[in-house]
Design a protein around this ligand. Structure first.
Ligand SMILES: [Zn+2]
Length: 629
């Protein structure tokens, strides 16, 4: 038994605890004494306050009320207005999950109803909101976790054992270094390796979908990247340039945990499945299979915002809202028990959007910040949001008035939902006529995940979902699910099409591009970043002819339609927002490292931060290592 468990048990009355184990960094004590379960909590709380670790007391599975009887008791204790939709038993953990439309009514005043359930059944109840739109992927993921509960129990226990193995910071020289394996002076394939004397951690592991060959992948073949030595992977958000390679890492034999928020787990699984589908469509061998995605899910450890969690003996992780897309997190690492505090922003938006709140800026402690620079160049001043929204609405209006069709290529995650909220609102307010808005590609599935995690959305959007006015279920949105339906859209009248992918690299948006591009009545509006080398970037830069493959044959597509770029809707911070973030960040970092931007933008942002804020900066290239302590 690890020392930490021994010392906890020594503080409790004898023979009350039948077994103790870890669920990641959390400690779970099981008792066969149901009286102690009901009365022992104050004592447990005392220990929690002393050792500052989460401890939960649950009842040993042999002493729980039988499932059927428990279900009856729950249904008779919880008021019917709560509308319970599902009750899931996790016998081996002593946990019962109650899914309801009105979770507040299941909890009761000050948790009174949950306490009553505990008292009557000895189960530990947990409450979940039933999703307004069912999400198949979220359900599939829950069932993968449920089917693998025996594996999960052992896996999470082993993580805890590794985290709490004895370490003595006074015994060794402390150092921290960070190596850029991807995302250094570029956008795409983000991957950082953090090393300390006790830990090797990967921050993000993405693919550059706009690049070719080896350039698509991070430098995973360097000597210091040995998969068997990696303790943890942290994923900032689900976009492919940050999470696209994770299933492949499991295929290569990684067996450790992957930390992320729950929406990031669900969306990155969905995007990974789509990535396989896109490879098959191009008759290429996919990089990984569904088995590897399942492994990622099995090894995932989900953490909410502002929750402090130990992940290795000397590293403590906290996720903070990044404001970039659903579930996107800034990673704060407290290294060596406060020796150094590192922030990796990932992609972030320091500004409110319709979908999300602005990124967080108040940290308990902070010495080094690694920030993104997608729009970090001095010319990348984004116009105000309202102006950008008005511009999008005007482009749609003008196109519809001349009887054209408008294509908005979207990243399935984040941007698409933002555009939907803008258009829905404009139609509701009468700024746009009631034209059909077609949604093609993965956007629809991702909408469902948004409504499954309303607590990650902005207060306004969350409120709409709670009041049964879910904007994503509005009747103005029409789902295009088959190629026959797509043909109807192409042959039909004026409309707006939102389709993935966002940079016109594969997916439905490319099909619409081929059909719409030749007619000058039509238009395309780019609302997200277009990677160097992507078709989207070429069109944006004014290419007049594009050679494309259609059913195995080369075809020349003329680009005659109107091409618009709307920068102000970006899910990234513009130059001013990046400068404001650094300026307002509390506490002020002593060093800022700039990554995730084209070379000139990274260098420009780094030198401006140095000049205006007098903070030491760096803009490392890929394969460079910086010692930060
Ligand atoms: Zn992103």
């Amino acid at each position: 038994m690890t020392d930490i468990l021994k010392s906890i048990l020594s503080e409790l009355p004898e023979k009350k605890i039948s077994s103790a184990n870890f669920e990641g960094a959390n400690i779970v004590l099981y008792t066969s004494d149901t009286d102690f379960f009901l009365t022992g909590k104050p004592k447990i709380r005392e220990i929690v306050n002393k050792i500052k670790k989460r401890i939960e007391l649950r009842v040993d599975k042999d002493y729980l009320m039988p499932n059927e009887e428990t279900e009856k008791t729950i249904r008779s204790t919880v008021p019917a207005e709560a509308e319970i939709t599902n009750i899931i038993f996790e016998n081996y953990r002593g946990v019962v999950v109650i899914e309801a439309k009105k979770p507040g009514l299941v909890i009761g005043k000050m948790g009174s109803i949950l306490q009553e359930i505990e008292k009557k059944t000895f189960w530990t109840p947990q409450v979940q909101r039933s999703p307004a739109i069912p999400s198949k992927i979220t359900e599939d993921i829950r069932s993968v976790l449920y089917q693998n509960n025996v594996f999960r129990r052992k896996f999470l226990d082993n993580i805890g054992k590794k985290i709490y193995k004895e370490w003595n910071p006074e015994k060794v020289d402390e150092w921290i270094r960070i190596t850029f394996l991807g995302g250094g002076r570029q956008v795409g394939r983000s991957c950082l390796l953090l090393q300390t004397p006790f830990s090797k951690i990967i921050l993000d592991c993405g693919i550059d979908v706009a690049a070719q060959g080896k350039e698509r992948f991070p430098y995973l073949d360097v000597a210091e990247f040995d998969l068997s030595e990696i303790d943890a992977i942290i994923v900032s958000h689900a976009h492919l340039d940050h999470a696209g390679i994770i299933p492949y890492i499991y295929k290569m034999g990684y067996e450790g945990p992957c930390y992320m928020t729950a929406p990031t787990r669900d969306i990155s699984s969905l995007l990974a499945l789509d990535f396989i589908g896109v490879a098959y469509k191009k008759a290429a061998t996919p990089l990984f299979s569904t088995t590897d995605i399942r492994e990622m899910v099995k090894h995932s450890v989900c953490i909410g915002f502002n929750e402090v969690t130990d992940i290795t003996p000397d590293v403590r992780l906290t996720f903070y809202n990044a404001g970039h897309c659903l579930g996107s997190a800034m990673t704060h690492l407290n290294i060596g028990n406060g020796l150094h505090n590192l922030l990796y922003t990932g992609d972030m938006k320091f500004g409110r959007t319709r979908l999300l709140d602005a990124s967080y800026i108040n940290f308990p402690r902070l010495e080094t910040a690694i920030i993104e620079a997608t729009y970090g160049g001095k010319d990348n001043i984004l116009p105000p949001r309202q102006e950008a929204e008005a511009q999008l609405i005007k482009i749609i209006k003008d196109t519809i008035e001349r009887k054209g069709k408008i294509l908005i290529p979207e990243l399935g995650l984040g941007r698409a939902q933002e555009s939907m909220l803008i258009i829905e609102d404009a139609i509701r307010q009468g700024l746009l006529p009631e034209i059909p808005i077609y949604i093609d590609g993965m956007i629809w599935d991702i909408n469902a995940i948004h409504t499954a995690y309303p607590e990650f959305l902005s207060a306004n959007t969350r409120g709409m979902i709670f009041q049964d006015k879910n904007p994503f279920s509005s009747e103005i949105f029409k789902r295009v699910g088959s190629s026959a339906e797509r043909k109807q859209v192409v042959e039909g009248g004026p409309c707006v099409v939102l389709a993935t992918s966002g940079m016109l690299v594969g997916g439905a948006s490319v099909e619409y591009f081929k059909e719409f591009a030749g007619n000058k009545k039509n238009a395309i509006a780019f609302v997200c970043y277009q990677g160097v080398g992507s078709l989207g970037r070429q069109v944006q830069e004014g290419v007049k002819e594009v050679k494309m493959m259609t059913e195995g044959k080369d075809e020349l597509v003329n680009v005659n339609f109107e091409v618009h770029t709307i920068d102000g809707l970006s899910a990234h911070s513009g130059r001013n927002q990046l400068m404001a973030f650094v300026g307002k960040c509390s506490p002020r970092p002593k060093k800022v490292i700039v990554n995730h931007g084209e070379a000139s933008r990274c260098l420009d942002l780094a030198s401006t931060i140095y000049k205006t804020c007098r903070i030491e900066t760096a803009a490392p290239k890929n394969l460079e290592t910086l010692r930060i302590k």
